[in-house]
Design a protein around this ligand. Sequence first.
Ligand code: CA
Length: 305
Amino acid sequence: MMNVLLPRRTILCDRKGLGGVLTRLIQPWSAAIGGLALLAAASLPLSLPVVEAQAAEFEFPVRSIDEVAVGAMPEITDITANSGVLVFTSSVPLACSVVFGETPAFGQVAVDLDMDGGAHSDHHPVLAGLEPDREYFYRVQGTAADGTLYVGEVLTFRTPALAEAAEVNLASLSTGARVAAVSSNYGGAANDQAWGANQALDGDRSTAWSSAGDGDEGFIEIDLGNEADIGEISVWTRSMSNGTAQIFKFTVTTDRGETFGPFSLADARQPYRYAINSTARRLRLDVVESNGGNVGLVEFGAFAR
Ligand SMILES: [Ca+2]
């Protein structure tokens, strides 16, 4: 890798090909830095004001990476909770890097593992050490053998959350559960209509089962489709801004006749989980205490032990 000795003074570079000439400021440097470090150093915001170029011996061209993208723009693929891979094919061999981080100031750089100190055309640097469920900013940069620096736009991607998702909700419509009985649905709706009981099993926080004014008489019975060893249930009560429809206490009874609870619900903001440790095919939730009205559930869940 060739080191570049840069003097302690302002260095300016033209950035053409990204919608006109944008001159960016890189300063000050006093030590020999490697080409990759230079790439990282070039990760200054692209929105700096245009200033006049000087020090011709230190000017170098900066162009859009669009100009060397073959067919598809660089993109992050195979994103897991902890890593991602940049896939990019360039028409010009490049020493390629990706600067990335949780802010547009980046802070980390990934390079091709198979770079072998040279420029090439098939790039797949791994962005490692990511945190789950975070947004990341990144920019692709590559240096060609003639010194041209190709730079992409600042883009973002998001890592998924860690796999709580691996836990199967046995009381979900998507896993074969169904509503066996319900005290009522608001407006006489069928179970699969708005406010119908299915909406407590649909995995959607924007929908809810609402009874038709059942208050403390409200209940819902769920058939899991198969007998299962159940460790916990989760209950998310609905509520209304007029101070009704919220369940405060409930019991759960299995088709084997075991009753658990009463359990208390702290609020209507989220689901709460309760251990029942039982074997059952059907689970019936009975409201024990509420503030009356159209009680119901945003979601109900059951999880294997
Ligand atoms: Ca729902």
